[in-house]
Each structure stands twice: as C-alpha cells, then as structure tokens.
Design a protein around this ligand. Structure first.
Ligand code: PMP
Length: 431
C-alpha cells in the first residue's frame, strides 16, 4: 500500500480539510488486535481511546470477525424492505439487555441519527417542541444534534437548531454556583425547572442527557442528579432519553447501562459506537407506545438494519457476555482509577480523577487551588503518551481532560503501563 507520506499527500489533495486528525505528526494505523493497534512501521500502541470509544470488545475480535466474514460471503446487503433474520434477532438480543418496557428498536448508522430519531419521536409523542440538553454535552453532527451539542467549537453558525435549551450538568468540580455537594441540595439539577418555566411554553418534548458525559470529559454527576431531573421533566410532560452511545454495554462496570448507576429508568435509549465494536451502527430503543409514532409518516434509512451491521452488533453483544467484559471493566477500571488517584497524590497537575469503570477522565490544572484549566498541558500529554505507545483522548469544557476509555478487554498490566507512562509524561512536562 501507499507509504505514510503518500497517504498524507493524498489526503491533502483530495480529502476535505474538515476531516481532522489527532497529533502534530498524525498517526497512521494499519492493524489492530484486541486492545492494541500497530502503525506502518510495526510499532505497537495500547489503544486506550478505543477508536473513539467505539471498539468495545477489542479490535478484530476473532468471534466478531468470524461471524461478519460468514455474513459477508452470504449476503452483504439488503434493506429493511425485505426480511432478514439478523435484524429482529439483534433487536431481540438488545431488548433482553434493556430496562423493562424498552423493547422496540430502530436502527441507524450512527449515534447522531439515533438521536435525531429520538428527538423526532419525543416531539411526535408529546406534541411538544422544546428539548432540554446538558451544558457541555455532545450528541452528534447532524442538524438537530449539532444544536443539542453544547460546545462552541462544535457549532456552525449556519446550523443552530431551534427549540433547544441547556441546563447545568452535575459538574461538581466546576460548580457554576460555587457550592459543595451535598449541602448544595443539587441546585444544578433543580435548575432545569427554571429553564422550562422561563424558556419554554411550560411543556417540553424531552430531556436528553449522557449519564456520564463523554466528549464533555467524563463528567459524573452526584447520584441524585438524574433522579431530580427526570422527575421535573416528566412533571412538565416530557420523556427522558439516555444517550448511552459512550457509556453503555457494560463499560461503567457496575451496570450494563450507565444510567443504571443513577437509579433511573429512561423512556428511550440511544446507542452507537461500542454497540457495533466500531462498525457504523446506531440504535434508538423505546417503549411500544413511543415507537408507534414512527408509523405516522414514512421514515426510511437505507443502511439502517443492514445484515452486516446487525451481525456485527449481535456478535458484539454476545462477546461482551462471553468474555465477561462488564466484570473486566469493573475490575480493571477500578484498579486503573485507584492507580490514577495515587498519581494525583504525586502530581499537582491532576485536578480530578473521575468516571466509572473504563470510562475515566483525568482533569489537568495549572493550579490545584484555583483549578485553572491546563489546556496546553493536556495537549502536550497526549503527544507525549503517543511517543510512549499509549493512545488516549482528550475533551472537556476546556479541552483539559484526558479521556481514558480503552477496549473493555484491557488487562491490569496494560492499566499499570498506562499509569507508568502518564507518570513519566507529567514528570517531564511539569517537573
Ligand atoms: N452521542 C454521544 C454521547 C457521542 O459521544 C457521539 C459521538 N462522539 C454521538 C452521540 C454521535 O455519534 P456519531 O458520531 O456516531 O454520529
């Protein structure tokens, strides 16, 4: 194949400059196996960002490869206008993992599309228009979901979706009111009532939130946060949607779905990324009653529910159970978080370690007292970790939170290696 330089030249000439890459010297990835990827020189990296939290069970997991290879040889494509067994089989497997009452799935190619269907369904079902999302959230790159996404960097002027409002997330480390949990009485959660009262007609279509924020930097609210928000939203006629695109499928370790950590039951769940171990696959799963609204008009998705994606999704769900990956997320994630806390004792640049299971964030600061965001340091750490063969992500309100979300098959040795390398990087960059 073409060399790395040729690939860069081809991209420069023929690919939209809007297609971004990480790293000052972009990394070329040519092979992957489980939690590792290899570049064109044969150098191995620990993929602690899992694509972008997409590779849930491991790169080229043998069982997933085998099932999809067989399907590819048999039938690569048909749309949902014909019957194919893989579609309802996958929907059935997904329903078995859902909270009671959520049994009907609509399949898409991405998380953005799943969230579009979710907002559409909520508006049709309730007859209301207004949608409340969380500050600092990310829900996608399509018209409505770009409007939901609350980061200036992700919003184009030409594409502001109407009827969308934002409320405070449970981001205690940077409490907008300067309060402390629990004496704050969850003022950030109760704020949604004011948003509804003053910015909507007093009736809402839905609330959509990531139970633990992904792009937002593993923002993990206090336990009661979502209970309070869901109660208020339902009082004003809205349904509650949990965006499980990043947090689902056992990644938080304690539960299969990240919302279960907060003892709430949503009316609908949206999924993508890890559900298909990296293949284009998204889903919107909801109650029978809400799912009926999609029959009011004709809605169609050419590739949604195609045999390859359905087969890969089903194989991925099976592997999560067979390989005990939720349990592994709990054990290795717990170990990794403990080790990161130890690291925080050594390095004052670590402001906070947060998240659950293998959905972790390390927020970097220049000063622990003032909590001044260390945005440049986070970018430098990302580069330095890559030179030490570890790929991590970054995000957060100020781009200063390292995002550690490896494939769920990662081992304790991998976790120890990651921590040792982060220790070195912080020592070199801040020492
Ligand atoms: N929801 C969340 C929580 C996400 O993190 C993302 C992607 N980063 C999306 C939705 C959109 O998914 P996609 O890129 O597959 O459209």
């Amino acid at each position: 194949g073409p060399s790395r330089d040729e690939v860069i030249a081809l991209r420069k000439q023929y690919v939209s400059p809007g297609v971004i890459t990480y790293y000052r010297e972009p990394l070329m990835v040519v092979e992957g196996h489980m939690q590792y990827v290899w570049d064109e020189t044969g150098k191995r990296y620990l993929d602690a960002f899992a694509g972008i939290v997409t590779v849930s069970v491991g790169h080229c997991h043998p069982k997933v490869v085998e099932k999809v290879r067989a399907q590819t040889g048999e039938l690569q494509h048909t749309t949902t206008i014909y019957l194919h067994p893989a579609l309802p089989q996958f929907a059935e497997a997904l329903a078995a993992k859902m909270p009671e009452g959520l049994s009907r799935s609509y399949f898409t190619n991405s998380g953005s599309e799943a969230n579009e269907i979710a907002i559409l369904s909520a508006r049709e079902y309730t007859g209301n228009t207004d949608v409340i999302a969380l500050r600092n959230c990310y829900h996608g790159g399509t018209a409505t979901t770009m409007g939901l996404t609350a980061h200036g960097t992700w919003k184009f002027k030409a594409n502001q979706a109407p009827g969308i409002h934002h409320t405070h997330a449970g981001y205690c480390y940077r409490c907008p009111y300067g309060l402390e949990y629990p004496s704050c009485d969850l003022k950030c959660a109760r704020d949604i009532e004011d948003v509804i009262k003053y910015q909507t007609p007093g009736e809402v279509a839905c609330f959509i939130g990531e139970p633990i924020q992904g792009v937002g930097g593993a923002v993990t609210p206090p336990k009661e946060y979502f209970q309070i928000v869901y109660d208020i939203v339902r009082r004003y006629g809205g349904i509650c949607i949990a965006d499980e695109v990043q947090g689902g499928f056992g990644r938080t370790g304690t539960h299969y779905w990240s919302h279960q950590n907060w003892d709430v039951v949503p009316d609908a769940i949206t999924m993508a990324k890890g559900i298909g171990n990296g293949i284009p696959l998204g889903a919107f799963t909801t109650t029978e009653a809400i799912s009926e609204v999609m029959t009011r008009r004709v809605h169609f998705n050419t590739y949604g529910g195609n045999p390859i994606s359905m087969t890969q999704g089903l194989a991925t769900l099976e592997v999560i159970d067979e390989d005990g990956l939720q349990q592994n997320s709990l054990e290795v994630g717990g170990h990794l978080k403990d080790r990161l806390h130890e690291l925080a004792d050594k390095h004052s640049a670590i402001g906070e370690v947060r998240g659950l299971g293998l959905m972790l964030g390390v927020e970097l600061v220049t000063n622990r007292q003032t909590r001044e965001p260390a945005t440049q340091l986070a970018a430098d750490v990302l580069e330095a970790m890559k030179l030490r063969n570890v790929l991590v992500g970054k995000g957060g309100l100020h781009g200063n939170t390292l995002r550690i979300k490896p494939p769920m098959c990662i081992t304790k040795d991998d976790a120890d290696y990651l921590v040792a390398m982060l220790d070195e990087c912080l020592r070199d960059l801040t020492g």
